[in-house]
Design a protein around this ligand. Sequence first.
Ligand code: 5AD
Ligand code: SF4
Length: 467
Amino acid sequence: MSTEPYLDADPSAQTGAATPTNARKVFIKTYGCQMNVYDSDRMSDALSRDGYVATETMQDADLVLINTCHIREKAAEKVYSQLGRLREMKKARAAEGREFMIGVTGCVAQAEGEEILRRAPAVDVVIGPQTYHRLPEALKRAKAGERVVDTEYALEDKFSHLPRAEEARTRSRGVTAFLTVQEGCDKFCTFCVVPYTRGSEVSRPLAQVMEEARNLVSAGVRELTLLGQNVNAWHGKDEAGRELTLGDLLYRLAEIPGLARLRYTTSHPRDMDERLIAAHRDLRLLMPYLHLPVQSGSDRILKAMNRRHTAEDYVALIRRIRAARPDIALSGDFIVGFPGETEEDFEDTLRLIQEVGYAQAFSFKYSIRPGTPGAELEDQVDEDVKSARLERLQALLLRQQQAFNESRIGMEFDILLEKPGRLEGQLIGRSPWLQSVNVTGRADEIGSLVRVRIESTGANSLFGTRI
Ligand code: 5AD
Ligand code: SF4
């Protein structure tokens, strides 16, 4: 079981390419959610228009961008310690007379703004998630000696200014790709900074999403994961002006020839509408796996969190989804130690987990985020109580995950071959439920769906034979 859905440093986000030796090089280090991974790729595309090439090592770079996450305290602190190390690198470069620029992007940039320049004097530019298309211009200003902070909520739509994924077609793309369809959140859960860092909910128009999806598929992508902080709040209009929701979008995307699989993340229980549930029933391409965070199983805590549903609402919703798609597996997010959480509240969460049964889950100790309503609450829970609860919760979730993996033994299903395995002649594929599956195969089979039977399970993956 993962305790950290969020990245420390995702190698896939550090896009590399064969490069002319004299080009300026950018290294992007990505923290946080998949939306940051997507944004890092778009920034990399925008900079390549400006003559930069991506490099896979920080030592090699002329420009380092730290794409940050602000969701929990630890994440933000990591950024400052990283910036301390970069400052040393900048000093060493200056001694050699070489340029070295440092940019901070993402949610810490948005939340801290000017404060970053004060705390980290080596930083040249600070850019929030809504203004990435202005990054090349900000770098020019920084080169002229200015220290730039741009964290406006730009009125223009960043997606129509950033190069789309298709411009990166010459770059080698994997079999799977993320596609951001929605950004921001209007839900204001009392623990969460997202509504403040990413702003209010914005959906990308249908035509833009369809175009990007078609381009990705024609570049060889077989599986698309639609992204949004609140992806199932996506809404748009069709050609005739009729209102569409995420379910409708999935029906449309499922028609794209060559596309093999669809997923979406992350969803809020309140936005799981009938159309989306119907999509799970009808669409073979839509994978039977749903990340549907509940955070707590206690009605009192859910209310204090402003989740605007009860534990029973959630369980009833899962029942409806399972009735539509019996093989669906659930994943969730949980917070322990929200202010005022008692032992009984916590046991309600354990009970809910028992009742639902998760294939995977991410769980966290509540972390105070300044500026959110939760930070103002009295009855903050002691750190050691939080740790003890987290340990119990994770033990239960780990048992459920192992049971889920073991329940696949003997099953036959299609996996999507994604990359070479560790050993010669082996490939790693992905099950419908996001599990890695090791099988034999040739490199030229990457990108195909193949049928396997699961023989055994390892710590983090399954072992299959081809049939
Ligand atoms: N403390 C702990 N966990 C949090 N999350 C969001 N904000 C906080 C916080 N202040 C968790 C939630 C959310 C996931 C992305 O991160 O579980 O679903
Ligand atoms: Fe944060 Fe709640 Fe919005 Fe999710 S739904 S991003 S937890 S405010």
